[in-house]
Design a protein around this ligand. Structure first.
Ligand code: 3PG
Length: 220
């Protein structure tokens, strides 16, 4: 799967979601109720970060939830792509990108959302064929202002800003013309997950979807 096709697949996956919840899971047993709460709340595209031993079994469990589209985050090397694919991940997210990661994603036919935070990184990934990128770490890299500046030379690149996004700045990001969706852990924090607070997760997801609808929607 070429990088261009990977980006096209990512655009399709993200077409109707304002947010990809970024999830850190410590116990695979909670994967199913967590995914159900997020799907019910209107956010079916889920990123499970490969930062805990529970991540891979969690991806497998979440894949069984009707409507859920589960991806693996924090992909850093070829092995991560292989593990994510074996677990059933339908897409991958990386904080940056390497040649090895590009090759592994092509070989595994895994749609990858690679990370960039500078003009040169955007240009390198664009040269590879990617036209949908994670802008990471969004707030620390200049936030909405940087998004606006990158839109000048790169109007054809879509971004999924992630890192430091909350309910308070979410709408500002969504108002950027090149922002397709955002990623963030505020929808289901590690504390909420540990406390099994599925009501709160569902409610925050719903409120976020309502907030997105109230602001100008981005068409695909
Ligand atoms: C990450 O990879 O950890 C994401 O950027 C999530 O960032 P956040 O916790 O600031 O939402």
């Amino acid at each position: 799967m070429t990088p261009k096709d990977q980006s096209q697949a990512m655009r399709t996956i993200c077409a109707n979601v304002p947010v990809i919840p970024v999830l850190v899971i410590d116990d695979p047993k909670i994967a199913r109720p967590l995914a159900e709460a997020l799907v019910e709340g209107g956010l079916p595209v889920l990123e499970v970060t490969l930062r805990t031993p529970a991540a891979l079994p969690a991806i497998e469990a979440m894949d069984q939830v009707p409507g859920a589209i589960v991806g693996a985050g924090t992909l850093r090397c070829t092995r991560d792509v292989e593990l994510a694919t074996s677990a059933g991940a339908q897409f991958g997210v990386s904080p940056g990108c390497t040649t090895a990661l590009v090759k592994a994603s092509e070989y595994a036919a895994l749609p990858l959302l690679p990370g960039a935070s500078t003009a040169s990184e955007v240009m390198s990934l664009s040269d590879c064929g990617y036209d949908m990128l994670k802008f990471f770490p969004a707030e620390a890299s200049g936030g909405v202002k940087m998004m606006g500046n990158l839109a000048g030379p790169f109007p054809e690149i879509s971004f999924c800003p992630t890192g430091g996004i909350t309910k308070d700045n979410f709408a500002m990001y969504m108002a950027c013309p090149t922002v397709r969706c955002v990623g963030g852990s505020w929808i289901a924090t590690r504390d909420m997950i540990r406390d099994h607070d599925w009501c709160a997760v569902r409610q925050i997801a719903q409120e976020t979807c309502e907030m997105a609808k109230a602001n100008e929607p981005h068409s695909s």
